[in-house]
Design a protein. Structure first.
Length: 201
């Protein structure tokens, strides 16, 4: 991908950014690197979830931890931009409208790290969202990385690969495709994309 524009130039306007990609492709690592190294006004949207906090997780920082009852009340009140029940775990995850409003009102680039179904929901109401798909380049490479990680059983691994297959069918619905062979390079490419969008806003 060619570099265009200077990311150190403050952009005049932010917007919504959706970053999706298969589990194991390293998108969360890329997003963390992007937030640290990119000089643009970026903020990561904090998702809401019904699952319990894991050790070290902080409410309002890692997630907004909601009871199932509160989550459903907010869902019925239309307070989510997108939400879904994750297969297998039975927990709900979603993006609160308040997170989006606060980020956009502050002229930030608000990053939503969500799955492809969530991304399609966001595009229905925010068609100018910048969409970026981070992946490993092939299912074979993704499988290699997942096996190297060694954190899943064979059944879980096969389930992740099947989900990845389905997610990759949405690749052409995204504006940008980033192959994550090098985390720093992938983060730099995303920063350059946003710098271009900001300059042309």
């Amino acid at each position: 991908m060619s570099s265009a524009g200077n990311p150190t130039v403050p952009n005049r306007r932010g917007g919504l950014v959706v970053i999706s990609g298969p589990s194991g492709a390293g998108k969360s690592t890329v997003v963390r690197k992007l937030l640290v190294n990119c000089p643009l006004p970026l903020v990561l949207s904090v998702s809401a979830t019904t699952r319990q906090p894991r050790q070290g997780e902080v409410d309002g920082v890692d997630y907004h931890f909601l009871s199932r009852e509160e989550f459903q009340q907010r869902r019925e009140a239309g307070q989510f931009l997108e939400c879904k029940e994750v297969f297998g775990g039975g927990h709900w995850y979603g993006t609160l409208q308040s997170e989006v409003t606060a980020g956009l009102n502050a002229n930030k680039w608000l990053i939503l790290e969500i799955d492809v179904q969530g991304a399609m929901s966001v595009l229905e109401t925010h068609p100018k969202t910048v969409t970026i798909f981070v992946h490993s380049g092939s299912l074979e490479e993704l499988e290699r990385r997942l096996r190297q990680r060694g954190t899943e059983s064979e059944a879980q691994l096969q389930r992740r690969l099947e989900v990845a297959r389905q997610e990759l069918t949405y690749l052409d619905r995204y504006q940008y495709s980033i192959i994550n062979n090098d985390v720093s390079q992938a983060a730099r490419e995303i920063c350059e994309i946003l710098a271009r969008h900001g300059a042309h806003a």
